[in-house]
Write a protein that binds this ligand. Sequence first.
Ligand code: SF4
Length: 445
Amino acid sequence: MALTGIEIFKKLPRTNCKECGFPTCLAFAMSLAQGKTELAKCPHVSAEGKAALSAAAEPPIRTVSIGGGALKAGGETVMFRHEKTFVNPPPLALLITDAMDEAQVAARLRKMEELRYDRVGLTLGPELVAVQETGGDAGRFASLVGKVAVSGHGMMLMSSRPEVLAAGLKASAGQRPLLYAADKNNAEQLGALAKEHGCPVGVRGNGIEELIGVVEKLTGMGLKDLVLDAGARKLGAALREQIAIRRAALSGKFKALGFPTIAFPGEMADDPLQQVVVAAALIAKYAGIVVLPDFDGAMLFPLLLERMNIFTDPQRPMATAEGIYEIGGPGESAPVLITSNFSLSYFIVSGEIETSRMPAYLLVKDTEGLSVLTAWAAGKFVADEIGPFVQKCGIADKVKHRKLIIPGYAAQISGELEDELPGWEIVIGPREAAYIPAFLKAWKG
Ligand code: SF4
């Protein structure tokens, strides 16, 4: 369980030597408690203190890595996002079964490649392929696993037969797939297989009580990376289980439930759109992995956006990278606009420029994610910040004119900005982004 800053402080050397980059041990402890720095930055903490603090730094819900390690589930520390932040967005998995023919498998793997979306400087998409055995044919299953392994996506192997999973593991090209599922009947064999290959294991119980029994059997075998499925296949019951598991792990400090969970919306609804609604509810509370039976872009995209929004840190504004954004293939006479790097500002302004159908350059100034007016008030969207950025960003090499359109709300900086940018004319643009298309259509250059 996480320690408070004062509890951490008591385990530090308290010499205030500043080698960690903080002025005092207390400042370091407070920052460590908030997860903003690492214990390794203090070179003087004793072995005993290190052991105590490292154990305390472990989240109450274990972080479980799948595949090469980049894909993570769990690691959560709070019930509600506003308390701190949610940590690991639940990987979304697409189901592929060994009952599918080659064309169906190829089409699904293509979806994994093609359904990718750029948003706020991130590429969003599904991360996992859930390979399911349906007929008990180990050879057929292994052949499918081999095909999926070549695609390089994270994998989850689904079968209750240890011998089938063993065949799949052989074909998985050394990946570390999630094995699903160990239950009260096969826990020992499946646990041994997972231990031999260092794989995480999905654990299924018919209710939380049975689940705990299987978890304790597996942890008793030395397995640490587990993913929980308490078995409910109706949305209401599944939500109650998810909440109960999260609460038991966080508030009750109950170790047997301190693992991420897995959800199967396809087993809770037949209609694809209902499956999306179920998935959306379970992403919000508190699925660690969501396996979807199928999806198209219209079903996947809202889930990706929901997930992104829930798993962004509410203490940090979403920001776009600073730089020059070319919209519509601008030439050397194209207008040049500037805005802050608050993501919403960027999306609205770039969207309105696209709507105008006037090719343009949009300069995005790093304001630490603040909107134009807030950034101006904070001294981050002011003349002596914008001037050096415009000079260094390279826009002068791309256009032959020297006109910069600033947001109407920042009109007060125009005079100072002209002083900072000799040779440039500062043009005051509209106050509201909605008027950008009309403004650009009237632009004479
Ligand atoms: S390096 Fe360690 S001992 Fe020195 S100030 Fe930082 S926390 Fe304190």
